[in-house]
Design a protein around this ligand. Structure first.
Ligand code: VG1
Ligand code: CO
Length: 544
């Protein structure tokens, strides 16, 4: 087989963000764009000869073409084995599972996650290492550096491989294995959860549940596990067919974008449980009957009930949450007398803690929950965890959460997103805010006195690596907190995220609407940062 060396030159801006490199499809389709980035990954891996690599994506537009390009390049670089999901599909958690199970040197996941798909929308590519988790910042920085000095890439003239047929073929020196994308993951789930008990719950004709796969990757996984293995009614999984453009929707599982699920939950049939997942299957939203469960609370409840699940009955080594996530799980950790770590936004920061055995469960406010069963957040896993707890406790989700608040108090939480705002003014606003932090303590805004203010700096307790500028934190004397940061996953303009949380211990006051409970804090954020003036918006685009 002919290896072809193609001259190229660096392309600006190939800097991975919170989770991989995300750009408009058209940008990825430019000659050499994908090739440059993939070769930069291979150059960072170093000697690829004989190594194994997993490849799969969320099925969005350009997934198949990109895989063919990557396969040719991987063959040229001498990989010994490629493991690819049938149809080019692998959910992010399944890719993580397969990397670990097949002992590969890592994997390439093609996804822009919750960002919309289609010819005019977003594409993305992420490298995960041999532990199955997103590459650490040290590695993503090295890939970026490699992209700045690249002068050629290697490819072959081999034809396309058949992505739709499970089986093995040989391309030059590389064994190419197309696998069923679901079975390894489903087996892992069976090894963690009490499937017989959960099956008794979900196959009961009186138990009504709906899972909205949002025309994204989780459809085939949810159908196999919920309907086939656990015996939920056919049709429990809606929008189960992965589509290249997610049916024109926005595959972000929240109350705004998962509107079909919300409609089912509010419809005529009495629904007991609802859930949705995102483009690449790593996020989850869970709903009780007439009851929204905030992801921060979900993490706390799962931690508090973990020992009811066979896979966690020995207890948890520790827990972690991203910095903007509410401190609900911290209270559980305290009660369990286990450590709780606070990391910057992005799953890549949990990997070292899990590898070192310091944590078992972790999560983010952005609908991400996971454990050390893989090294990614895992949407369907979280849904199964909830079902296992519900089955074990014989209580509806709503009651489980209310009892949790009674015991631990409630951390009211909300995130306000201002999407597609002008990058320049958003950056200026953050700069101004950062410059003025030292003057804030002692000052009062809408009746709340600032106690401390800083920009979050993280030192990884395992390898000592440092990450600075991870978000502005404003702490108030009553224990409430505001966090502000700019998104690192968007592809046009800037997205400002403002996070609010406030603790309420009084059992009589734990049933309020979060927007009301947090109203003074929300007002204070605008007074401090001038959000409306800088963004030109009267209100956020998305409230979660
Ligand atoms: C967002 C979330 C973050 C999450 C990341 C990737 O990042 O806030 O918590 O880890 O998306 O999730 P940002 O930088 O836009 O705030 V996924 O499911 O899109 O891979
Ligand atoms: Co995702």
């Amino acid at each position: 087989m002919n290896i072809v060396k193609v001259e190229t030159s660096p392309i600006d801006g190939q800097k991975p963000g919170t989770s991989g490199l995300r750009k408009k499809v058209r940008e990825f389709q430019q000659p050499g764009y994908l090739e440059n980035f993939v070769q930069s990954i291979f150059n960072t891996i170093g000697d690829c000869k004989g190594k194994a690599l997993v490849i799969g994506g969320d099925g969005r537009f350009y997934n198949r073409e990109a895989i063919q390009v990557i396969v040719r390049m991987a063959v040229a670089s001498g990989f010994g084995r490629l493991v690819i999901g049938q149809g080019g599909l692998l959910s992010t958690p399944a890719a993580s599972c397969v990397i670990r199970k097949f002992n590969t040197c890592g994997g390439i996941i093609l996804s822009a996650s919750h960002n919309p798909g289609g010819p005019d929308e977003d594409f993305g590519l992420k490298f995960n290492g041999e532990n199955g988790g997103p590459a650490t910042e040290t590695v993503t920085d090295a890939i970026f550096q490699a992209s700045k000095v690249i002068d050629h890439y290697l490819t072959t003239e081999s034809g396309e491989i058949d992505l739709d047929k499970v089986g093995e073929t040989r391309v030059a020196g590389t064994q190419v294995q197309v696998i069923d994308p679901v079975s390894d993951y489903a087996e892992l789930m069976e090894s963690i959860f009490d499937f017989p008990k959960m099956s008794a719950l979900v196959s009961n004709p009186r138990f009504n549940m709906c899972f909205d796969a949002m025309h994204a990757i989780t459809g085939p996984y949810a159908r196999d596990i919920l309907e086939k293995r656990l015996g939920a009614k056919p049709g429990t999984v809606i929008n189960a067919e992965p589509l290249e453009d997610f049916g024109g929707g926005h595959p972000d599982p929240n109350m705004v974008h998962a509107h079909e699920l919300v409609a089912v939950m509010n419809g005529d049939a009495e629904m007991d449980f609802g859930a949705a997942s995102d483009g690449d299957g790593d996020r989850n939203m869970v709903l009780g009957s007439g009851f929204y469960i905030n992801p921060c609370d979900s993490l706390a409840v799962l931690a508090a009930n973990a020992q009811l699940v066979p896979g966690y009955k020995q207890g948890l080594a520790g827990v972690a949450r991203s910095m903007p996530t509410s401190r609900a799980v911290d209270r559980v950790a305290k009660a369990l007398d286990i450590p709780c770590y606070e990391t910057p936004t992005g799953w890549k920061f949990f990997g070292n803690l899990m590898d070192a055995g310091k944590i078992t469960l972790c999560g983010e406010e952005s609908f991400g929950t996971g454990s050390d069963h893989v090294r990614e957040k895992d949407g369907l896993w979280a849904v199964l965890f909830w079902l296992n707890v519900i089955a074990e406790r014989s209580q509806p989700a709503r009651v489980i959460v209310r009892e949790h608040w009674q015991r631990f108090g409630r951390d009211y939480f909300s995130r306000h997103d201002y999407e597609g705002v002008d990058s320049g003014s958003a950056q200026q606003m953050m700069q101004r805010l950062g410059d003025g932090l030292a003057d804030l303590p002692g000052k009062e805004f809408s009746g709340l006195k600032v106690e401390a203010a800083d920009n979050f700096h993280y030192r990884d307790p395992v390898d000592g690596s440092e990450s600075s500028g991870q978000g502005v934190r404003l702490f108030f004397e009553n224990g409430a907190r505001i966090v502000m940061r700019l998104s690192g996953t968007g592809t046009s303009g800037a997205t400002l995220r403002v996070y609010f949380d406030s603790y309420q211990r009084d059992p009589a006051l734990i049933g309020q609407d979060p927007q009301k409970a947090l109203a003074a804090l929300i007002e204070a954020a605008d007074q401090i940062a001038g959000i409306q003036a800088s963004t030109g918006r009267k209100a956020p685009d998305v409230i979660t």
